[in-house]
Design a protein around this ligand. Structure first.
Ligand code: C2O
Ligand code: CU
Ligand code: CU
Length: 475
């Protein structure tokens, strides 16, 4: 049976049925309208009060944007919140003017105004979108959604599922805790919340059928929470990281590590017993493990006697391969945070930044990259720390000299992860967000082929806002 025939035998139908409807899609299939606007959401179940949230098209997560690889799209964003915003299409290799960084790549979208984003996604995979303006508050109040770029040929699975994970800090009466930008937190692990939602609600159970193969797209849309997911009784196989297909492999020690902004696609053959439930546990923080959800099998007999006999590999995306022999080498040193001495002030600061709410304790930035602290979300006049000639292969060594974890994200490019603390990384996967443990040294490589000024920053948003950000120029 060919791949096509197999899909027509039923999987194709399920694939479309399993994903939430994509609101906002106009008559022309490549035309979207997305309104950033306040709404109310029941995040934690019927027994708990509703929460006032900020949404894309009325829901959290925002409406799913489903694109096709290599086909142009036009997304019109209406700003209906009462402050400036922008939309950043995280992980999509697009023209710099469409990257959504205020001041650096576009003027902010003022309340009541619109901005049209137009690009052609070169890569199939799992991406997401979020504001890049007052990001700590805007993302923290719910502005975020997934972008799925479909492969040119459908992948053989029974169901294609998305788990958009988000972390909220809720008060007793269901509100979102105010006071974004607490300086003490910003110098530590950032604003980690107290409620984790799966597709916009605290999840008790996610249905499954024995014998099916599921492609599960995991997105960590949190401000700061790092996750390490374990699927009891199952063996998920990682097939893509940050949207980019990789060699199919099982996660190290069975834990899928997901830093903020990271995506991991796994294939799971549902080999559990009909009628049983299996926990999905996040045990990243010591002593703070919790049950994210349960996989709940229905009573039906297995869909097929043996796991699906189709390849797990996804088709590769057209990424330019860096030439390591001739690559230019550069180093970026991450410094600062609590326990570093930088908290007492000092450190060069560039741009006006957003420092309100973070005064006290020295008042200056909390973090730096190569001795310089760019703060806020992006603004005019950010000078690039490094300039690359277009087309050059680059090897970057990121040195985390801090005592904290950092998911380091680079706009406009994907980076091949070569090594960690001197040890070659087995699958050399492509990533746009690389999670660094304290004191980690990570070597990444890429071809600087996308012209423009691109941000590189930590995706723990409090860290970004307080200095863990820089700009790299491709000339
Ligand atoms: Cu996900 Cu600079 O962004
Ligand atoms: Cu990005
Ligand atoms: Cu960080």
């Amino acid at each position: 049976m060919s791949r096509r025939a197999l899909l027509q035998a039923g999987a194709g139908l399920l694939l479309t049925a399993a994903l939430p409807p994509f609101a906002g899609r106009a008559a022309q299939s490549s035309d979207y309208r997305i309104a950033a606007a306040p709404a109310r959401a029941r995040l934690a179940g019927a027994a708990r009060p509703e929460t006032g949230v900020w949404t894309y098209n009325g829901s959290v997560p925002g409406s799913l944007v489903r694109l096709r690889q290599g086909e142009p799209v036009r997304l019109t964003v209406d700003n209906r919140i009462d402050q400036d915003t922008t939309v950043h299409w995280h992980g999509i290799r697009l023209p710099n003017s469409m990257d959504g960084v205020p001041g650096l790549t576009q003027p902010p979208i003022k309340p009541g105004e619109t901005f049209v984003y137009e690009f052609t996604p070169p890569d199939a995979g799992t991406f997401w979108y979020h504001p890049h303006s007052n990001s700590l508050e805007q993302l923290g109040r719910g502005l975020a959604g997934a972008v799925i770029v479909e492969e040119r040929e459908a992948v053989a699975v029974d169901r294609d599922l998305l788990w958009f994970l988000a972390d909220w800090r809720l008060t007793g009466d269901g509100g979102i805790a105010p006071r974004f930008g607490n300086r003490m937190e910003a110098a530590m692990s950032g604003r980690v919340g107290n409620t984790v939602t799966l597709n916009g609600r605290v999840s008790e159970a996610e249905p499954a059928r024995a014998g099916e193969r599921v492609r599960l797209r995991l997105v960590n849309g949190s401000l700061a929470r790092i996750m390490a997911l374990r699927f009891e009784g199952h063996r998920p196989v990682i097939v893509a990281v940050d949207g980019q297909p990789c060699d199919a492999h099982e996660p190290e020690r069975g834990r899928i590590l997901l830093g903020p902004a990271m995506r991991v696609d796994v294939m799971i053959d549902m080999q559990g017993e009909p009628g049983r439930r299996y926990g999905v546990i996040d045990d990243f923080y010591d002593g703070l493990a919790y049950r994210l959800t349960e996989i709940a099998y229905d009573e039906r007999p297995p869909l097929r006697p043996h796991p699906l006999d189709a390849s797990l590999d996804l088709p590769r995306n057209p990424l330019p391969e860096p030439d390591l022999a001739t690559a230019e080498r550069h180093e970026l040193k991450l410094q600062g945070g609590m326990m570093s001495g930088m908290m007492m002030g000092g450190g060069g600061m560039q741009g006006e930044g957003m420092m309100h709410g973070m005064m006290g304790m020295g008042g200056g930035p909390a973090w730096s990259i190569n001795g310089l602290s760019m703060t806020g979300d992006g603004h005019a006049g950010m000078e690039p720390a490094l300039t690359f000639q277009r087309g050059r292969s680059i090897v970057l060594t990121l040195r985390n000299e801090t005592a904290w974890w950092h998911p380091m994200h680079f706009h406009g490019h994907s980076m091949r992860v070569l090594s960690r603390t001197g040890v070659a990384v087995p699958h050399r996967q492509w990533q746009d967000t690389v999670l660094m443990a304290p004191k980690d040294v990570v070597e990444v490589a890429f071809v600087a082929d996308n012209p423009g000024d691109w941000m590189l920053h930590c995706h723990v948003i409090d860290h970004q806002m307080t200095g863990l950000m820089t700009v790299l120029r491709v000339a």
